[in-house]
Design a protein around this ligand. Sequence first.
Ligand code: ADP
Length: 662
Amino acid sequence: MKNPFAQPSPEQRSRPLRWLVPVLLVLLFLAVLIWLPWQARQMESNERQEQLIADTLWVEQTLRFELARSEEALAALGADLVVAPPPTPVLRARFAQMFKNGPELVRVAWLDEAGKLMASHGADMPAAGLPEATRQAAEMAHATRRGRYSEPYGATPSTHGLIDFYLPLYRQGQYSGSLVATYSLEVLLNETVPWWFAQDNALSLLDRDDHVVAQRAAGGPGRGVYTHRRDLDLPGALVALSTDSVKGAPKLLPNLLVGSVIVLALGLVLSLVALWRHISRTLAAEAALRQQMAFRTAMENSLLTGLRARDLEGRVTYVNRAFCQIVGLPEEALVGKKPPMPYWAPEAMGDYEERFRGVLAGTITPQFETVYQRSDGARVPVLVFEAPLVDVYGKQTGWMSSVLDITDRKRVEELNRQQEEKLQASARLATMGEISSMLAHELNQPLAAISSYTAGALNMLERADGGEVQPGLLKRALEQARQQAQRAGQIIRSVHEFVKKREPLRETVSIRSVVDGVRALIDLQARQAAVVLRVELPPDLPPVLADRILLEQVLLNLTRNAIEAMQDTPPEDRVLRIQGAHGRGQVSVSVIDRGHGIAPEVAERLFSPFHSTKAEGMGMGLSICRTAIEFHGGTLTHAPNPAGGTIFTFSLPAQAAAPALG
Ligand code: ADP
């Protein structure tokens, strides 16, 4: 729901900042996690390379050492040969010894100063003599007078190369022949390089043009990742030792540990994202809730209806602003309080306690009127609606009440009541005004009669002065006078009773006594209008509980209207009937005329006050009648008279069993 409170709170605005630090830390953590294995790999790689270099150096030294030993043995033999050549068996034994010490040796040849073969051991000399490479080495050796190695030669894709060491011999500075040792480079590699090194590395010897002249690859071909090349530093020849490790580059995920760290990191990121989403959703829900709350609070505070919540023990748990205003107490003085409440008026304590017992018992009056006492002592009439307060699980946790301050309504009701009373009084006065002239006329009649009866009586007494008085005649005249006086008194009394302003009073009233009460007045009007009055009341008509004077007023109004309606009716039809009936617990009285009837447009507004079709009419009569009848729980209706005219009927609840009072 969108509402006017939807503004970002400061908390909402700082949310991205609050996330910045953990997100940065997680990113840093991930970066370190990724960098660490890479770095480890790099270090491992460097270490292997260094190890290879060291090993290669060591192999080179070993090869060099082996050849150097052989050189030395040759030099020693050469020295002996130039001084005094040993006998052939000795020479053979020395050769054999040399071959034994140096398995790489293929052949050792002794040449005289002319290059002629003096002796040899091992393989036969090639028929073509010394190879080209050896001849070049020999030249250099002669020039430098030192032993020289030839370039490796004789290598084909299937056979490995050989290398010669050409040692010129000098006796007292005089060239006196030479020794030529031929080595198999492959045997050299095989015999000198330890097996564990050969297992891990492919070794090759390369000539000046980088052709492989010997190779040893016990563990398979090298991977080309860790390689090292080193010149053997042989005088006269350029032979390089190349090692190529069979090991590949270390894997990025060399072990389970790094793998699990990555999995954990991924898990961490995923759970962080999930947490983030959860928190975002929670925050959003919280913000929505806060907005709802603000909206509701504003709504509750703007209400004119007081709201009050109570728990099941009757303790006040919530009040809104309107409630505080009604009872004139601050929220703090109300919330948490248990009965008796500070706004209970002492005079209504009984009521409150009774109702509170109901609340504790779990039963409430859903709607009632009561009165509260404000903090300044003033009484506030209120209308209270109560309903159970149910929590989200559907469990009742207390009661919720809405409290309406009905002071104004009560005031208006009271005003209306007073107004109505005044209206009734003035209507009575108006009716009185209308009938007062008729009353004067009618009173004239009995008064004139009294006057003439008494005058007759006086005459009788004067005439019989000292003589005989006829007591019978005199008594009759006085009797007549008394009757007329009584009638006049009755007329005046009924008018007085009717006009007197008084509170409605309920008593058991018989319809007959009501009719009798106004009979004289009705008669008076009927006689003037030449209307015949017929009263038809069944003897068993039950009494009603009513205000006698009000009922008399109703009857008087209805009969007056009926008589007035028959003004234009032919004299022989001018009959006014008052008919009583009862049934289904109701007593009804109908006033039946043969007048002009009621036109539909008049019928519509019949009971509206001040609606009249008469020149001097006030239009109050029927409105007052209906109010009076409804006040007694009855109804007032009208219907056309089938014989012409109108029937007005009022019904009241019958009062059974009670004795009919006169
Ligand atoms: P008023 O008699 O002062 O006019 P009422 O309220 O008593 O005021 O009556 C209102 C109107 O209802 C009368 O003006 C009249 O037109 C009509 N009315 C009342 N009673 C009858 C009746 N018995 N027959 C015909 N019309 C009637």
